[in-house]
Design a binder for this molecule. Structure first.
Ligand SMILES: Nc1nc2c(c(CN[C@H]3C=C[C@H](O)[C@@H]3O)cn2[C@@H]2O[C@H](COP(=O)(O)O)[C@@H](O)[C@H]2O)c(=O)[nH]1
Length: 341
């Protein structure tokens, strides 16, 4: 079977043919201007990954990479049916929701002496143990618990068989190429194969594989095994939060028909035409924002504190969405239940 279009080309293909979602040029420019103001600050830097997020590993070693691998293997589908009734995990006195509830549960397990980041453990962890490790403080469990159990066993078994149980071994096989690491991940780990089709073409957004490469780069601070000269070839990660914040900021526009569907909370299936249009246009939108931002920086002839790439823009916008949850209430996110994002 022919290999799918890579993420950036997939996004361009979808954006050029999309009918219910469109990138707004004026909105793109406004977001680029918002990011320009941040471009000299701590946020748009690889070190922000650790500095701005207390749950991320403090170290930059093999264990920290093991943490990143297991977290990104489970980094999907945290949205709650009802916003006011959701999974919460309290860690060191603070309650975390969504993606952070996953990180809090992993850290809580490690503190309880459960080796949840060791492949030899999660390759054979049982469903009951997974339910205990990712238990919620509320009566609302983390979504897709059975899928989480299945992908954990699968990823653990493959990491043991092919990489001696160490994600660092997989990273070193990439020989410091982000693209090679991306392909090692999707070729070896089936749950990362975020591939669908649009108008007869196979398209790949590889959301969890790309964020795994990005988090590998981040946890290693872009140094040593994490020094990827081609890291700028990684695009934003097509999840359900970025489209929402891009629509909120006016860079993405939905058709009336789609907006009505989203407001009603209707589910979109993974691979539905409109779901692919939302993800593809969001990815393409961030590529255009990056191009516009680099032009603005050039004009201001202000040297950015560090290299600006789509990963850092994504992280910034994802954090922005977290910090502006209230303001974004009027803009619905799309509801898809899957293991890919
Ligand atoms: N585009 C993009 N999507 C991201 C992330 C993250 C967290 N990663 C970084 C963030 C801080 C650390 O530095 C991590 O490196 C999670 N997600 C996705 O969001 C959804 C969960 O959202 P909510 O329900 O609100 O928690 C779900 O699909 C999850 O897969 C990101 O960064 N970008």
């Amino acid at each position: 079977m022919d290999s799918p279009l890579p993420p950036r080309e997939s996004a361009r293909f979808v954006a050029e043919r999309s009918r219910d979602v469109a990138v707004d040029g004026e909105g793109v420019r406004r977001v680029a201007e918002l990011l320009l103001a941040a471009s000299t600050g701590p946020a748009l830097r690889v070190d922000g990954w650790r500095a701005l997020h207390e749950l991320n590993p403090r170290a930059a070693d093999e264990a920290a990479l093991g943490w990143v691998f297991v977290v990104d293997t489970l980094n999907f589908s945290f949205w709650a049916e009802q916003e006011e009734r959701k999974c919460l995990v309290t860690y060191k006195g603070k309650a975390y929701s969504g993606y952070w509830s996953l990180c809090a549960a992993v850290n809580r397990a490690l503190d309880e002496g459960i080796p949840i980041t060791s492949a030899s453990y999660y390759a054979t962890v049982t469903l009951d143990q997974v339910r205990h490790i990712f238990r919620s403080d509320t009566d609302v469990p983390m979504p897709l618990m059975e899928d989480r159990h299945r992908v954990l066993n699968e990823a653990g078994r493959i990491l043991l068989e092919k990489f001696g149980g160490s994600f660092l071994t997989c990273v070193r096989k990439s020989e410091r190429s982000a693209q090679k690491l991306l392909h090692l991940i999707v070729e070896n780990f089936p749950s990362y194969r975020d591939v669908t089709q649009f108008e007869g073409k196979r398209v790949a957004f590889y959301k969890r594989a790309q964020i795994l490469v990005a988090d590998t780069w981040s946890v290693l601070g872009g140094r040593g095994d994490g020094c990827f000269p081609d890291i700028a070839s990684i695009t934003m990660f097509a999840d359900y939060r970025l489209p929402q914040v891009l629509a909120h900021l006016g860079a993405l526009k939905y058709s009336e028909e789609l907006l009505e569907k989203l407001h009603k909370g209707e589910m979109l299936l993974y691979g539905d035409k409109q779901e692919v249009e939302i993800r593809g246009c969001s990815l393409w939108c961030v590529e255009l924002i990056r191009d516009c931002l680099l032009e603005l920086i050039e004009k201001k002839s202000e040297k950015p504190t560090a290299e600006i790439n789509s990963i850092l823009l994504d992280y910034y916008l994802w954090d922005y969405a977290r910090d502006h949850r209230e303001d974004m209430k009027g803009i619905p996110f799309h509801r898809t239940r899957c293991i890919y994002y």
